[in-house]
Ligand binder design. Structure first.
Ligand code: FAD
Ligand code: DLZ
Ligand code: SF4
Length: 512
């Protein structure tokens, strides 16, 4: 063949930049299922199944469109188990003049790729990924002009640049951000939409068997498996969200309810990050829903900010700060990740809900990730590298470029305030306000210390105290430290003692 085009598992987009450079009549596509990618962290079974099935469906689509696809399944004889090994074998099979690949989403893969040309004695073109609103060069330029990086200002520039939800030079509705309207807890009797589910077809059933055989030791329930695995299905899932859930998305964005895994969230990150959905199309559809009166502005703006703002911003930060970012640990947190993160077995109701549904669905919504599992790990002083490995493994939407800044930066404050201006942390009070978890919990959210008190409470104050050298000067924490300072010495001591005892129990692996 003339060109060999390597398409990675999260590049399942028909107009991918690498494919656009090639010609179905003269070039060949290579896709590979490899053990290294499935095990560099031990991904959730559903995530592996989703990706292999989506890859196989995508290959079929390419063949139907006239491409020759060299597809290596995980169980193919002689599968070497790595991208590098499989590219080398494919080069021997078809002796191409050149290899073309769209830049990968993870630093580790790009570093390896940079050595391929020499190793294979072949030109390797690594081309820009055009599936984002802001390419990496543009982000670097934006960042280089600023002393402090903040998502909100990046987002405003992106609104201006794309014209999404703009009226001339002004934001639609006169404000950039409607989050003040978006903090309502949900009532248990609220009508709750469900994400669109799909029956596994023949290809998915084969993949499910493979994953059950080969990855039985990985976390997670493989079935029921209901994810979309094609572009058409993913688009259907998004249409379903537009009809059923978008209108409530803003208002209940931060709410949590027992047994309700999805609330008004779109559940499209898995599809978007694998390339089955296009971010610009999603945003345009949301604007149209607002303009036709199907969704209020706080919902449309809130949704667009997540995709046009946060998603693009964290990607920019990742590539700006790697490779050092992954080892950042500004608070010197060293505790091990508690074992119940892998089982959901804890009496703390909020954590057992979030972790159990993660095991079942490879999904939890943002506030569960940020204010339950993330918040707890932060307060308990868990090593951010362990927290990072967990998030990267357990969520079907997790790739390092998006997961790492969210975990290390937003959630664990391990970058010392680069991504967010203060740690996202709270005691039990916030969780109680935004959910119905506490009513069904063995612990008492109103008690700060003593037997049966909600562990988040003492941990919260103890966290502020332990990290005062880094955090006390932060103006956004002034009020919290003022409250701590006003507490009696006895109360402060009780917080320290209870939190230390609790952290010791975690370290000893005792049930909590
Ligand atoms: P919705 O709530 O419906 O939001 C719509 C879309 O906006 C999402 O599909 C997603 O593409 C985008 N989005 C929303 N918030 C963010 C964000 N903070 N960063 C980037 N994109 C965002 N998101 C991932 O895609 N992959 C991850 O590995 C990931 N890890 C996270 C780890 C932690 C500790 C935290 C706090 C957040 C993480 N997020 C991650 C962001 C967010 O939680 C998920 O994107 C969201 O929960 C996905 O569910 P949804 O599709 O129903 O999102
Ligand atoms: C996540 C993942 C998994 C589990 N397996 C594969 C695979 O077998 N083949 C493949 O091409 N990609 C896989 N991926 C996605 C890659 O890890 C992802 O493309 C890189 O990390 C770059 O973002
Ligand atoms: Fe979580 Fe504390 Fe509420 Fe229990 S009481 S659900 S541990 S916040």
């Amino acid at each position: 063949c003339r060109n060999l085009v390597l398409v990675l598992g999260d590049q399942l987009t028909p107009d991918l930049s690498s494919l656009k450079r090639a010609d179905p009549a003269r070039d060949r596509v290579l896709m590979v299922e490899v053990m290294e990618e499935a095990t560099y962290v031990r991904h959730h079974k559903k995530k592996i199944a989703f990706l292999f099935s989506a890859m196989r469906h995508f290959a079929e689509g390419l063949r139907a469109a006239g491409w020759t696809v060299d597809y290596v399944t995980l169980d193919a004889e002689d599968n070497s188990g790595s991208f590098r090994g499989e590219v080398a074998r494919a080069v021997r099979r078809c002796a191409p003049e050149r290899l073309i690949v769209t830049e990968p989403g993870e630093w580790r893969v790009l570093e390896d790729m940079k050595g391929w040309s020499e190793a294979l004695a072949l030109p390797v073109d690594i081309v820009t990924d055009t599936r984002f609103f802001c390419d990496l060069a543009a982000f670097r330029a934006w960042a280089s002009e600023r002393k402090q990086l903040r998502m909100e200002f990046f987002y405003r520039d992106m609104r201006r640049k794309t014209g999404l939800l703009m009226q001339g030079d002004e934001p639609a509705g006169g404000k950039w951000n409607f989050d003040a309207d978006n903090r309502k807890p949900a009532k248990p009797d609220l009508f709750l939409p469900k994400p669109k589910r799909f029956e596994p077809d023949r290809i998915t059933r084969e993949v499910l068997k493979l994953v059950a055989d080969r990855f039985s030791g990985h976390i997670g329930d493989l079935e029921p498996f209901w994810f979309a695995v094609t572009q058409a299905q993913a688009e259907e899932a998004f249409e379903h969200f537009l009809e059923e859930a978008l209108a409530g998305f803003g208002t209940y964005q931060d709410a949590m309810l027992s047994g309700q895994k999805f609330l008004f969230h779109s559940v499209v990150s898995t599809y978007l990050n694998a390339g089955l959905l296009d971010p610009m199309t999603l945003c345009r559809k949301v604007v149209a829903a607002y303009e036709t009166g199907k969704a209020p502005l706080n919902a449309a703006e809130g949704f667009i900010r997540q995709i046009l703002g946060w998603r693009e911003y964290v990607r920019g930060i990742y590539w700006l700060k790697m490779p050092d970012y992954v080892t950042a640990n500004a608070l010197n947190a060293t505790a091990r990740l508690p074992g119940f993160y892998w089982t959901g077995q804890t009496r703390m109701r909020c954590l057992s809900e979030a972790i159990t549904q993660t095991i079942e669905e490879a999904y939890a919504h943002h506030i569960q990730r940020l204010m339950v599992t993330g918040n707890f790990a932060l307060l308990a002083g868990v090593d951010p590298a362990e927290v990072h490995d967990w998030y990267l493994a357990v969520y079907a939407d997790a790739y390092e470029w998006v997961e790492l800044p969210n975990t290390l930066g937003m959630s664990q404050f391990a970058d010392g305030g680069l991504l967010g201006s203060k740690p996202y942390m709270s005691g039990g009070n916030y969780i109680n306000r935004m959910s119905d978890y506490c009513g069904a919990c063995d612990y008492d959210v109103r008690r700060r210390t003593g037997v049966g008190a909600c562990p988040f409470n003492a941990l919260y104050w103890d966290f502020l105290d332990r990290n005062a050298d880094v955090l006390r000067g932060n103006p956004r924490l002034g009020q919290a430290y003022a409250t701590w300072d006003r507490m009696s010495a006895d109360n402060r001591e009780a917080c320290r003692d209870d939190a230390t005892a609790f952290r010791n129990r975690l370290a000893a692996g005792e049930p909590v």
